[in-house]
Design a protein around this ligand. Structure first.
Ligand SMILES: Nc1ncnc2c1ncn2[C@@H]1O[C@H](COP(=O)(O)OP(=O)(O)OP(=O)(O)O)[C@@H](O)[C@H]1O
Ligand SMILES: [Mg+2]
Length: 319
């Protein structure tokens, strides 16, 4: 039977974390505000941008996506703002800018953290005044778009490192939306495996495979560095190779069936005089944060914790 979540859209999930994010996304979809979606690769940033557009009052207009990572610096301005014929060598015809083509709709700036600094300045100018200047034209034109930006980088860190303009960051970060890594939505893993396998089996006209309890346990322990994209590809492989069969641990890809955590080769020996466990825990958290350069999700992974469990401890020890 289809759940309410499935009927409404194609973003799957039922964990409290996911439901909370979806609620926020729905509220801000109707508000016409700039949204900055952050999250690791494969967590569903593009899907979320589509969802917000589809729920917004601009749904009947275009959603124009600009992949900022694929914009060569030399062509970026003309790609974004357009040019007139003869504006520069090679401009053989008029070309409308991607921003103008989103007029009355939504402009999705994907991988915005990759935008070259020179283009960041031009984009900021547009965001501040809502006016575009086509290369080769003196007059500017008003363009009405709703901005959604996405990045898998920690943009605040990029600002600190001088790679991203602080003023642009604050312009984009009006409503931040952070998509958790799959390992931080553990209670969604089984749900996603079942629903994605059913969808993919239907797509390929195959029978759905069944996952044994042990196989599911391995999937839940695995840390899914590629997030939902990796999980979806895994389900597709299982559907195609093992349609209608029961999936045992042996059928799982090597990386999922082998335990990820390195065994501590030199086990910690408790000193005769004992230790203060909380002190040791705080020290390990500090080391994990240093090793992951302050990235809480990575630090949590190093410690075998969920991000929320790590945040709880950081607060507890006032680190
Ligand atoms: N909640 C979800 N339910 C179902 N499928 C999802 C969900 N989130 C993501 N997906 C699927 O996972 C894949 C990756 O999603 P998407 O491209 O949106 O991720 P992304 O965060 O933009 O990744 P990247 O940073 O690599 O660009 C897509 O096939 C998408 O349909
Ligand atoms: Mg993406």
């Amino acid at each position: 039977m289809k759940t309410k979540t499935q009927i409404e859209h194609n973003m799957l999930g039922q964990s409290a974390e996911f439901e909370g994010i979806l609620r926020t996304a729905k509220i801000m979809a109707t508000m016409d505000v700039t949204v900055l979606i952050q999250g690791e690769s494969g967590t569903g940033k593009e899907l979320m941008a589509k969802f917000i557009h589809a729920q917004s009052k601009r749904q009947s207009s275009h959603l124009v996506t600009i992949n900022c990572a694929a914009l060569p610096e030399t062509l970026a301005e003309s790609e974004l703002f357009g040019h007139t014929k003869g504006a520069f060598t090679g401009a053989t015809s008029d070309q409308q800018g991607r921003i103008q083509s989103a007029h009355n709709g939504t402009l999705f700036l994907d991988e915005v953290g990759e935008l070259p600094l020179s283009i960041q300045a031009k984009l900021l100018r547009f965001l501040e005044c809502g006016e575009c200047q086509t290369i080769g034209q003196t007059k500017t034109e008003k363009v009405n778009v709703r901005i959604i930006a996405a990045t898998n980088r920690d943009l605040f860190k990029e600002v600190e490192n001088g790679n991203f303009r602080e003023d642009l960051f604050y312009r984009l970060n009006v409503v931040p939306l952070e998509l958790p890594g799959l390992r931080d939505r553990q209670s969604d893993i089984t749900y996603l495996i079942n629903h994605l396998s059913a969808q993919l089996a239907a797509k390929h006209c195959l029978d759905v495979p069944r996952f044994s309890v042990k196989a599911i346990e391995h999937c839940q322990r695995y840390n899914w560095p590629g997030n939902i994209r990796e999980l979806k590809n895994f389900c597709e492989r299982m559907v195609i190779l093992l349609s209608g069969k029961t999936i045992a641990v042996d059928n799982l890809p090597l990386e999922i069936k082998t335990d990820q955590k390195t065994k501590i080769s030199n086990p910690f020996i408790l000193p005769e005089g004992g230790i203060v466990l909380e002190q040791l825990e705080a020290q390990l958290i500090n080391q994990a944060m240093d090793k992951s350069h302050g990235n809480q999700s990575k630090a949590a992974r190093l410690l075998g914790l969920t991000r929320s469990a790590l945040l709880y401890r950081i607060k507890k020890y006032a680190l």
